[in-house]
Ligand binder design. Structure first.
Ligand SMILES: Nc1nc2c(ncn2[C@@H]2O[C@H](COP(=O)(O)OP(=O)(O)OP(=O)(O)O)[C@@H](O)[C@H]2O)c(=O)[nH]1
Ligand SMILES: [Mg+2]
Length: 199
């Protein structure tokens, strides 16, 4: 398999609380969604080989708005959007409603969005919210890449069965991943570049 192109630059571009607040789409885009604290922001840092580009925290609810990052890789440029997580119980009803509107607005209306990476904890069953998001993405016709992250938290023997169970529960292929060890990073990045049409 050919080597992955080098990442020349990765930068924060903008943050917004609604899709219309983001700069107009210029490059192909991919968004990262999943339960709060599942490891979305850590996964982006790992993919881009930047330790602190995106803020991460052990406290759920770290990412609040839609955060847009621009990446120059090989001869291509593309954008990544880190989405705030769902299922964060400490949030007020009002906050959860505005979260829903922000994410749905983004997923429905953002031109240039090529695919969504849905991040799940490899050790857990998909939640109702994970399933609702998958249904919503199918409804709006957005391609999805599913990732089972925190693989490092399982013993080597437990990994393949956990991935198979998650894949069966979703009825979809699941990419194994660990932001702590970098396992699965290259395969996921290749799939993302393919979905973006960047080579
Ligand atoms: N062991 C392990 N811990 C991880 C991994 N990825 C993330 N974490 C930890 O999980 C916690 C949450 O990570 P974040 O990347 O901030 O999660 P997030 O999904 O962006 O969270 P919100 O922005 O709150 O929705 C942090 O303590 C990370 O260090 C992983 O692959 N392995
Ligand atoms: Mg985050």
């Amino acid at each position: 398999m050919s080597a992955l192109p080098a990442i020349h630059d990765a930068q924060f571009v903008a943050s917004a609380t609604e899709v219309e607040g983001l700069p107009p789409p210029t490059f192909a885009e991919i968004a990262f969604a999943g339960r709060s604290n599942v490891g979305k922001s850590s996964l982006i840092n790992c993919l881009l080989e930047r330790k602190k580009l995106v803020r991460t925290s052990s406290t759920p609810g770290c990412t609040r708005g839609l955060n847009l990052f621009r990446v120059e890789m090989g001869s291509g440029t593309f954008d990544l959007v880190d989405l705030p997580g769902y299922g964060y119980a400490q949030r007020s009803k009002q906050e959860r409603r505005s979260w829903g509107g922000m994410i749905e607005g983004f997923l429905t209306r953002r031109q240039g969005l090529r695919a969504v990476v849905l991040i799940l904890d490899v050790r857990r069953e998909p939640s109702d919210e994970d399933r609702q998001l998958l249904e919503f993405l199918a409804h709006v016709g957005r391609p999805v890449l599913c990732v089972g992250t925190k693989l490092d938290k399982l013993s080597k023997n437990a990994r393949a069965p956990a991935l198979a169970a998650l894949s069966k529960a979703l009825g979809l292929k699941v990419f194994p991943f660990s932001a702590h060890t970098g396992d699965g990073r290259d395969a996921l990045l290749r799939a993302i570049l393919h979905a973006l049409g960047v080579s």
